[in-house]
Design a protein around this ligand. Structure first.
Ligand code: NAP
Length: 284
């Protein structure tokens, strides 16, 4: 598995396993264990997913069974809007650590660009200085919000986790992240299975030339452009398939074919729409 080096020298895997919507603890534990067996070492959860405890238990079991070492795991979790602000963020972090059964987090992200995220960021900086987090970052930050935060913080974000898949490329946002030294990470790299991505003719045809599936082609396309991806599955065969992307690469001509799939907008969450802020802040 390839990795990317963040601006502070920390190595982050280019592929991780996400646990969004895995609410049932037993199912979540099973999936994390199966993902680990498939090779995944980076796990992406969030306080708002309601499954940090299950993720923590699965990883603790693997450590106690001698299969995993904590230092070989890369744990990502995220601070929810309700805990924005300096003081609340500190408490939320300790709660996340307790639920995850760890005393440090590899990458701690501000989940949404809403409410008092500047206060939260001061806490992220403190946690980083104290060695409680190996890297700090944000999620769903638009280019202008990201630029503002980078220019107004002592320790700028190292990662921005945003929606990136063959139907939503966000090339402009990636350019800005590159200029700011912020590593992009993709959520929904398989477009959450929407738009018939797994039988998309362009992805299938390109993948076919490499002996790969449409899913593998979509993941590799992001990795080829330097994007770290977190993908989700509850099916062991899919986990293995999604992990098996390290023995091929796309040509320039193949990338140009995928360029034509870009809609230029998100059909999952349009962060440019003020209704999204209202929805997350539960204020209508
Ligand atoms: N920061 C944020 O705001 C944010 C937002 C959304 C997501 N995320 C993170 O990103 C992770 C991934 O995104 P996501 O969960 O939204 O969607 P995704 O990874 O794009 O897609 C997941 C869907 O694809 C299916 N799938 C996976 N591999 C497959 C394969 N090889 N063949 C066929 N189907 C396959 C899964 O179904 P099966 O179970 O049937 O395989 C599942 O329904 C999340 O789990 C979460 O950790 C973060």
């Amino acid at each position: 598995m390839d990795s990317v080096t963040l601006r502070n020298g920390v190595k982050m895997p280019l592929l991780g396993f996400g646990v969004l919507r895995m609410k049932d603890p037993a199912a979540c534990i099973r999936c994390v264990r199966e993902a680990f067996e498939s090779g995944y070492r980076m796990f992406d959860t969030a306080a708002s997913y309601g499954n940090e405890e299950a993720v923590g238990r699965a990883l603790r079991e693997l450590i106690e069974e001698g299969k995993a070492k904590r230092e070989d795991l890369f744990i990502i979790t995220k601070l929810w809007i309700d805990d924005a602000g300096e003081e609340a963020a500190g408490k939320a972090f300790e709660e996340s650590c307790r639920r995850l059964q760890t005393d440090y987090i590899d990458l701690y992200l501000i989940h949404q660009p809403y409410s008092d995220y500047y206060g939260a960021w001061r806490t992220m900086e403190r946690l980083y200085r104290e060695g409680r987090v190996r890297a700090v970052g944000v999620s769903n930050f638009s280019p202008e919000r990201l630029t503002d935060l980078c220019l107004n913080s002592r320790i700028p974000p190292m990662v921005n986790q945003v929606e990136l898949h063959p139907f939503y490329h966000q090339d402009g946002a990636l350019r800005v992240m590159g200029e700011l030294g912020v590593q992009p990470q993709a959520w929904a790299p398989l477009c959450e299975g929407l738009k018939k991505i797994f039988s998309n003719k362009v992805l299938e045809k390109i993948g076919g030339k490499h002996g790969k599936t449409a899913a593998q082609t979509a993941l590799r396309w992001n990795v080829d452009r330097g994007v770290s991806v977190v993908t989700r599955s509850s099916v062991p065969a899919h986990m293995q398939e999604d992990y098996d992307i390290w023995d091929f690469t796309l040509s320039e001509a193949e990338r140009q074919l995928i360029d034509q799939l870009d809609l230029g907008y998100s059909e999952i969450l349009d962060y440019g729409n003020p209704c999204i802020a209202r929805m997350f802040l539960k204020k209508r």
